[in-house]
Design a protein around this ligand. Structure first.
Ligand code: SF4
Ligand code: SF4
Length: 444
């Protein structure tokens, strides 16, 4: 466990002092407003308070604002997808994600966590067996409660869960998660001479297990050894996005302990959000780790990557552009924010798609505009999430694809929901499953 907790304000005075510690990060903002044009939330609401500049102004007046209405301050901070579009477009290099994440952590620490979030972040996510049991039971008992709404996309509606899920069109749970099916995976390096830790992440483990299976199949095919401890837990991004830095640190510590059992050359994942979180946020809280954890995080960060980046940039698989075969399916590619803006991965998944003769890649307008999922943002601001997602859906259908591809399971879920609710018959796939499908059957 960390030897020093993230500061959690016990009084308003302590909160004000912690927020003042953000001043150094805030000063470089010159109020140019360039972040406005790229902010999906602002694009939907057209409210200055929703854009980065508005939030920075809020933080500067926070001491005053928080006396007036602490809950509304928290809500305004949370009206953000943490998509990073503003940061990647900021000419002053303002470390916007650091400011937002720390501010959320300080304010949520002061206000406390709600009961549901506390139950999920502190009592479900850190317990892999309980989490696997809960999702397996959902997989087994969901059938009478869900009805299929779109066969091509594979979405369902759960009328009984309407109070929680609203009108969402959702995928169904598999009977078993990837980790429950395989237990600990420990395969030696093959012809590549490399061994990786495969970090499935919650969604590709428990919901889209086919993505983890596809990743395993691809790694097997290329002779890459794999280590996946069965008790890996969530990467911590849901806790962190809700300001629960204590919960986040607990998950990070647990993952470091699990991963520390074996040697590996790289950590790869089919989840862009997990990769970005491990690379950017695990080191962000370095002061809070024990000496051994600090060392482990410092060693892990540079070798953490998205699976398509690993294939192209490390393994040097030659993805030569192929002439699309007759009857090839038209595919358009959505850039996940965490993949493109946080990790700088945009060319690699495209080069894989272009190498597959069964597909013809057609670019959609605004391919790198956020889809509006944002994890917990989708749960707590669904109307806004849906409004942002509608623009993405319109961009997709404008190029009349047979399939949409992406590199992040959270985007996959949002695109499925948006397309399905509009009655479109366009399946959504992760690039790694498209590639795995093109390979001869091995491990899957
Ligand atoms: S783009 Fe950067 S410098 Fe300009 S207003 Fe936004 S955060 Fe401030
Ligand atoms: S992280 Fe995304 S949603 Fe949040 S302020 Fe920046 S651009 Fe807007």
């Amino acid at each position: 466990m960390p030897d020093k907790a993230i500061p959690i304000p016990g009084s308003f005075r302590e909160l004000a002092e912690l927020l003042m510690s953000l001043d150094n990060l805030l000063v470089s903002c010159m109020r140019c407003g360039l972040c406005q044009a790229v902010c999906p939330v602002y694009g939907s609401t057209m409210r200055e308070a929703d854009v980065t500049r508005g939030k920075i102004a809020l933080l500067e007046n926070l001491a005053h604002e928080i006396i007036k209405d602490p809950v509304s301050v928290n809500d305004r901070l949370n009206r953000c997808l943490l998509c990073g579009s503003c940061q990647s477009n900021c000419p002053s290099g303002v470390n916007i994600m650091e400011i937002f994440i720390k501010a959320r952590s300080f304010v949520a620490g002061y206000l406390g966590l709600g009961v549901i979030k506390r139950l999920i972040f502190r009592h479900l996510l850190p317990h892999p067996r309980l989490f696997n049991l809960a999702t397996s039971l959902s997989g087994i008992f969901q059938k009478p409660f869900i009805s299929r709404v779109n066969k091509s996309i594979g979405t369902y509606r759960a009328a009984i869960l309407k109070p929680f899920l609203g009108e969402r069109h959702i995928p169904s749970f598999p009977d078993k998660s990837f980790t429950a099916r395989h237990g600990t995976i420990d395969k030696p390096a093959g012809k590549s001479g490399l061994k990786v830790a495969l970090f499935p992440g919650c969604v590709p483990d428990k919901l889209f297990d086919r993505l983890s299976e596809a990743t395993l199949k691809v790694l097997d095919y290329h002779g890459v050894g794999v280590f996946t401890p069965k008790d890996l837990v969530c990467c911590g991004i849901p806790s962190l996005a809700s300001g629960d830095s204590k919960g986040f640190l607990r998950l990070t510590s647990q993952n470091l302990k699990e991963l520390g059992q074996k040697q590996f050359d790289y950590l790869v994942t089919p989840c862009a959000t997990c990769a970005a979180n491990i690379k950017e946020n695990w080191p962000r809280f370095m002061d809070n780790y024990s000496a051994a954890e600090k060392e482990a995080v410092a060693a892990l960060t540079p070798k953490t990557m998205d699976i398509t980046q690993f294939l192209v940039s490390v393994l040097k698989v030659e993805f030569k552009p192929a002439e699309p075969a007759e009857g090839a399916a038209t595919v358009t590619y959505h850039d996940s924010c965490h993949l493109k803006k946080s990790l700088g991965v945009a060319a690699q998944p495209r080069s894989i798609i272009k190498s597959l003769p069964n597909y013809r890649l057609v670019e959609m307008p605004e391919a790198d505009r956020c889809c509006g999922n944002g994890g917990s943002f989708n749960l707590f601001h669904y109307d806004l999430s849906k409004d942002i997602g509608k623009r993405k859906r319109d961009n997709i259908v404008s190029v009349r694809p047979d399939i949409v591809a992406t590199g992040c399971p959270a985007c996959l879920m949002q695109l499925m929901d948006m397309l399905s609710q509009s009655g479109d018959q366009i399946p959504v796939k992760h690039v790694i499953e498209m590639y795995a499908d093109s390979l001869p059957g091995l491990a899957a």
